[in-house]
Design a protein around this ligand. Structure first.
Ligand SMILES: Nc1ncnc2c1ncn2[C@@H]1O[C@H](COP(=O)(O)OP(=O)(O)O)[C@@H](O)[C@H]1O
Ligand SMILES: [Mg+2]
Length: 387
C-alpha cells in the first residue's frame, strides 16, 4: 500500500486520490500538490476508505477500474461515510454507461484518461466550488430553519403573554369596577347623614364643629369624584372602539361651552382652528377632551388672561394639540404624569383625583396613538396627541 501525505494547511482543499497504478497515483498527488492542494494517495480503495474514517476530505479522485473494488463502489462507500464529499472518476472507457453509473454513485464529474493537467484542473476546481456552494446552502438552510423556529417560538411567547396580560387586565378592570361600584353606597350614606347632621343639629354645633362637618362633606365629594373617575377608567379600558369621521373642533367648542356653563364667572379665551376633521370613537374622544380641556380650564384658574388653544399639529397627520397658559408644570418632575393618581400640583392649589390623564392616555392608545406633554412652570402646558 502506497501513501503520500504532505504538510497541511487549514484552508487547503483536501484531495483523496485512489488509483491502483502506483506511478499514476504518485504523479497525480505530486502535480496537484504543486497546484496548492493537500493530497493523500492510495493504490487500494479499502485503504482509501480507512483514511476517510480517520480524516476529513473535500474531494475524491478515483480510478474507475481497480481489482479490489471498482471506482463506483468505492465512491458509494466513501459518500456513505461522508455525504458532503464530492467525487470525480477517472475513466479510460469513456462510455456513457459508466459515466451515468458514476454520476448515480454521487460523482460530480469524470475525466477521460489519458488526461492533461490543463483539462483536469478546471474539473477539480468546479467540483470544489460545487461542494462549497452545497455547504453554504446547507448552512443557509440550517440558519433559516433556526430563525424560523426562533420566530415561531417568539410568536408563541408573545401570544401567551398577551393572553395572560389581557386576562389579568380584564380581571383587574372588573375588580376595580365592582369595588368602585360598591363604594358608592356607603359613600352616599356618609354624605346623606352628614347633610342630615348639618340640617338637624347644625345649630347645636359651634363654629369648629360645623367646620369639621364641612370637611367631611368635602372629603366625600372628593371620594365621589375619585370613584367616578375609576369607574370611567375601567369603562374606557373595557370599551370597544367604534370609529367615525367627525369635526374635532366642534367637540372642543361644545365641551368648552359646558365648562363655561358650570363656571360662569370665569372668562377664558378659546383660540382654535375651525373644521378640524378626525376619525375616532366620538364617545371615547369626548371623555379624553373633557379631561384635557378640564385640566386646561382648571390650571388657568390663577392666570390673569387665561387662554386655551386647540388645533392640528402642522405637517403631522392625525395629530392635535391642546395648550393653555396656566400654572404649567416642571418637566423634570413629570416623568410618569400619565400614571393613575399621579399629580404634580397640591390638592390645596388645584383639587383633583390624578386619574384624568391616565384615562386620556388609555383612550389615545386604544386609537393606536400616543400622547405627550410639554410644560413650563408659570407659563403653561401643551398636550399633543395622535389618533
Ligand atoms: N394643563 C395642565 N397644566 C398643568 N399641569 C397639568 C395640566 N394637566 C395635567 N397637569 C398635571 O398632571 C396631573 C395629572 O392630571 P390629571 O390626571 O388630569 O389629574 P387631576 O386633574 O385630577 O389633577 C395634574 O395633577 C397636574 O399636576
Ligand atoms: Mg384632570
Amino acid at each position: 500500500m502506497d501513501q503520500l501525505s504532505p504538510a497541511t494547511d487549514v484552508n487547503q482543499a483536501r484531495l483523496l486520490i485512489v488509483d491502483d497504478e502506483p506511478m499514476q497515483m504518485r504523479a497525480l498527488c505530486d502535480t496537484l500538490r504543486t497546484r496548492g492542494y493537500f493530497t493523500e494517495g492510495f493504490t487500494s480503495p479499502k485503504a482509501g476508505l480507512a483514511a476517510l474514517d480517520r480524516e476529513r476530505f473535500d474531494l475524491v479522485l478515483t480510478d474507475l477500474t481497480m481489482p479490489e473494488m471498482d471506482g463506483i463502489e468505492f465512491l458509494t462507500a466513501a459518500r456513505a461515510a461522508d455525504n458532503d464529499l464530492v467525487g470525480i472518476v477517472m475513466t479510460g472507457h469513456g462510455s456513457i454507461d459508466t459515466a451515468v453509473a458514476a454520476m448515480k454513485a454521487g460523482a460530480l464529474d469524470y475525466i477521460l484518461k489519458p488526461f492533461t493537467l490543463r483539462t483536469m484542473l478546471p474539473v477539480i476546481d468546479r467540483a470544489l466550488t460545487v461542494r462549497n456552494l452545497r455547504a453554504e446552502n446547507l448552512q443557509l438552510r440550517q440558519t433559516e430553519e433556526i430563525v424560523r423556529r426562533m420566530n415561531a417560538n417568539l410568536e408563541r411567547c408573545v401570544e401567551d403573554r398577551t393572553r395572560q396580560l389581557t386576562e389579568a387586565n380584564n380581571e383587574l378592570t372588573a375588580f376595580s369596577h365592582s369595588v368602585s361600584h360598591d363604594l358608592r353606597a356607603p359613600l352616599r350614606s356618609l354624605n346623606g347623614f352628614a347633610a342630615l347632621l348639618n340640617e338637624d343639629y347644625g345649630k347645636l354645633l359651634d363654629e369648629r364643629g360645623r367646620d369639621y362637618l364641612h370637611r367631611i362633606t368635602g372629603a366625600t365629594e372628593q371620594m365621589r369624584n375619585l370613584i367616578e373617575d375609576l369607574l370611567r377608567l375601567s369603562q374606557v379600558t373595557a370599551a370597544e372602539l367604534s370609529r367615525t369621521d367627525f369635526d374635532l373642533g366642534q367637540m372642543v367648542r361644545s365641551i368648552l361651552d359646558d365648562l363655561r356653563r358650570q363656571d360662569p364667572e370665569r372668562q377664558v379665551e378659546l383660540v382654535m382652528k375651525e373644521g378640524v376633521d378626525c376619525n375616532a370613537d366620538p364617545k371615547l374622544l369626548r371623555i379624553a377632551l373633557q379631561n384635557l380641556l378640564g385640566n386646561a380650564w382648571k390650571f388657568t384658574r390663577k392666570t390673569a388672561h387665561p387662554r386655551i388653544e386647540f388645533g392640528p399639529v402642522p405637517d403631522k397627520p392625525r395629530t392635535y394639540f391642546i395648550s393653555d397658559n396656566g400654572a404649567g408644570f416642571n418637566e423634570a418632575e413629570a416623568g410618569d404624569m400619565f400614571a393613575p393618581f399621579r399629580r404634580l400640583h397640591s390638592e390645596a392649589d388645584f383639587p383633583g383625583t390624578g386619574v384624568g390623564l391616565s384615562i386620556v392616555q388609555r383612550i389615545i392608545r386604544k386609537h393606536g396613538g400616543t400622547i405627550a406633554a410639554r410644560g413650563q412652570e408659570g407659563v403653561g402646558a401643551t398636550f399633543t396627541f395622535s389618533l
